[in-house]
Every structure is written in C-alpha cells, then in structure tokens.
Design a protein around this ligand. Structure first.
Ligand SMILES: Cc1cc2nc3c(=O)[nH]c(=O)nc-3n(C[C@H](O)[C@H](O)[C@H](O)COP(=O)(O)OP(=O)(O)OC[C@H]3O[C@@H](n4cnc5c(N)ncnc54)[C@H](O)[C@@H]3O)c2cc1C
Length: 344
C-alpha cells in the first residue's frame, strides 16, 4: 500500500531520462562544495568510529576523519560486512536480516539499425515479452538511437547471473530473433552487460522487504550514537525504496538528521553534546519520556523524577521520531539546554 501511495504521489507513470546520466545530478552539488570535496573511484574498506569521531580507511591507504558519517553503502555490502565497521554495527543485524536485494541483469545492445521501429510502431518505447528470460525491453525513444536495453529480474536473473557474459548475450539475441522473426545477431555492433549481482560494489539491483521485515527499512535508517547516519534506497520506508527518488530522499533525510543534530547540540554546552553522543539515538538506549515537537524544551518540561545529568527525550511514532536533549542542573530541576524536538 505504501508503495502504491508513493507511486501515485509522484506520478510514477511518467518517465524521465537524464541524457548525460546521473552524474548530472551531482554537478550542482560539486559546484557548491568545491571540486576536491567529492572523491569518486575511492573504495572504503574500514570505518573506525566512536561517538563524535569517525575515521574512514580506503583501499588505497588513505584515511578521512570526521565527527559524523552518512553511510550510503548498498544493502548487500552491509549484509556481507564487505566494509568493516569497528566496532561492528550489531544494532543493525535485525534490520539487515529483514531486507533482501533483488537481482537484475540489463543488456545494452547497439545494432546497425533500429529494426523495432516500423511505420506502424514509430513511437515504441517499451516492449514486454512475457514468458521470456528477458521479459522487457526499452528503446531509447524519444531519442532515435539503434539501441535496445534488455531487462531480466528476480530468480531468473539470479540464475542467469552465474553464466558467462557471452552466453547471456547469445540467450538474449536468440529470444529477440524469435520475437522479431529475423536473425538479429549479425546486426549487432556493440553490447554491454550490467550484472549487479557480481559487482563487488553493488551485490544486487534493488532492495525489498522480506516477509516479517516490516519495520526493517526504518531500523536500518536509524542513526547510531549521534555519529553514524544511514541513507540509500534500502533505508526509505515511504514506499520509494528501490528507486532513485527513494535514494535521493533518503540522502536529504540523513542530511537533515545531521544538521538538526548539529543545531540541537550547537545551542548547548559541551557536556550536553558529549552526553548526546554517548546516549545514542536508538530508542532502547534513551529514556522515553515525552515528545515536544517544534520548540525548545522549557523549564517546566522536566519531570520531577528525572536523574541529574544529561538526558535525551525521544519518541518514535508511526511516521516520525522526535528527539530533544537537555540537562538537569544539580539539584535545581531546570533545563540548562534544550534541543527542540525535531522530526527524524
Ligand atoms: C537495472 C536497473 C534499473 C533501474 N531502473 C530504475 C528506474 O527506472 N527508476 C528508478 O528510480 N530507479 C531505478 N533503479 C534503481 C536505482 O538505480 C537505485 O534504487 C538507486 O541507484 C539506489 O541508489 P543508492 O545511492 O541507494 O545506491 P547506489 O546507486 O548503488 O550507490 C551506492 C554507491 O556506493 C558505492 N560503493 C559500494 N561499496 C563501496 C565501498 N566499499 N566504498 C565506496 N563506495 C562504495 C557504489 O559504487 C555506488 O556508487 C534501477 C536499478 C537497476 C539495477
């Protein structure tokens, strides 16, 4: 139901294509943060962290340090511990068990001519081939290029993924030849196979929720220790997981969490900041006291039986969580600092 609602809300029946690829989306970001701040082709192998301090180690022996980290690794990378977290992310184990990565194989085929566009099929953009291994094809319409994309998903793709690339190609060409009643192999100029299952930086195509894993996406998204934040399509729980839109929205959500966190801590003293980092954000790890959204916690908000020291207020509702931080002064019973409750 969530997925249906999400699709309707964003008019998912419309189709968008970025002619120069998704790198276009990054360009305004790169312009805003400076050319050196964004490092591509850099593989992370280890993340050492403690509340308020993170060091990331890359395979080319570089290290990067920060106070907070947004982790956007694909689901299988986290599930298979392909990046080592020290200490390990044990809090994420149930969430990672509740989610799965689906398989997709995509084959780009460049022919001498676009034999699929004929006088009676001038605007063909999409072809369904029920019962075939490659059950769907996309043309490049409205760009008129002699290129077809063959698509295969699910358990069939899992089996296919184990074959050699050349064998997968021949399989697709055989099916296409039958479909168009002509031998298309001789007209092939170039081809490219995307096999995300065997890609060590992907491990699969799109995530889905396993039976019983209902709240796993939200749990995967939940920050740890005020220091590790999580984004990526598998962390979307609005019904947009497995899409670019879901991935983008999750990135915004994680950035908001970091900013709110920084603002909430910024208005307080060091002690509160340290206490916030030490307490962490897991609902089980905080005192579940009260929710106050959109406003600073006032003096009157402090329950009488609360222990001295820093404390965190958290509430997790159906669609939002709110946190606030405050500190009770020794014996005075008043809040020294109060982070406004904000939606997480
Ligand atoms: C065939 C196919 C068709 C699709 N079609 C659509 C579509 O039409 N519309 C749509 O909305 N979505 C589509 N999707 C889904 C969409 O591409 C994904 O949901 C989206 O890209 C997920 O974004 P992400 O940032 O979560 O993950 P990714 O895009 O996978 O980004 C994760 C990044 O982490 C990097 N990484 C992994 N390990 C490491 C490491 N150790 N160190 C450093 N970096 C690492 C990877 O290289 C990758 O760049 C499609 C997916 C597939 C496979």
């Amino acid at each position: 139901m969530r997925e249906r609602r999400a699709e309707t809300a964003m008019h998912a029946e419309r189709s968008f294509r970025l002619p120069r690829g998704y790198v276009e989306i990054l360009e305004p970001l790169r312009a805003a943060i400076g050319p050196d701040a964004l490092r591509l082709d850099t593989t992370v192998e280890r993340v050492q962290w403690q509340p308020g301090a993170v060091t990331v180690h890359t395979t080319d022996r570089k290290t990067f340090s920060a106070r907070k980290l947004i982790v956007t690794l694909p689901l299988p990378i986290l599930q298979q511990n392909l990046v080592t977290f020290e200490p390990a992310l044990v809090e994420k184990t149930p969430a990672l068990r509740g989610l799965r990565m689906g398989a997709v194989i995509k084959l780009g085929l460049h022919f001498d001519d676009a034999f699929w566009w004929t006088d009676d099929r001038k605007r063909l953009g999409f072809l369904q081939a029920p019962g075939q291994t490659f059950a769907a094809y996309w043309t490049t319409y409205p760009v008129l290029a002699p290129v077809l994309f063959a698509w295969c998903a699910g358990p069939i793709a899992e089996k296919l993924a184990r074959l050699k690339d050349e064998d997968i190609l021949q399989h697709a060409l055989g099916e296409l030849s039958k479909m168009f009643k002509q031998r298309v192999g001789a007209r092939l100029r170039a081809w490219h196979l995307h096999n995300w299952q065997t890609d060590p930086l992907a491990g699969g195509a799109y995530s889905y929720v396993a039976a019983g894993g209902d709240r796993s996406q939200r749990a995967l998204a939940r920050p740890i220790g005020g220091t590790l934040f999580f984004a990526g399509e598998a962390t979307d729980w609005s019904g947009q997981h497995s899409t670019v839109y879901g991935a983008l929205m999750s990135g915004e959500r994680a950035a908001r969490e970091v900013l709110h966190r920084a603002q909430a801590v910024g208005v307080h003293d060091e002690k509160v900041a340290r206490a916030l980092a030490a307490l962490g954000d897991e609902p089980g790890a905080v005192q579940h006291l009260q929710v106050k959204r959109d406003g600073l916690l006032g003096h009157g908000d402090l329950p009488g039986d609360l222990a001295d020291g820093a404390w965190l207020i958290a509430h997790e509702g159906e669609d939002a969580a709110a946190v606030g931080v405050g500190q009770r002064a020794q014996g005075e019973g008043k809040v020294l600092g109060g982070g406004g409750g904000h939606a997480l």
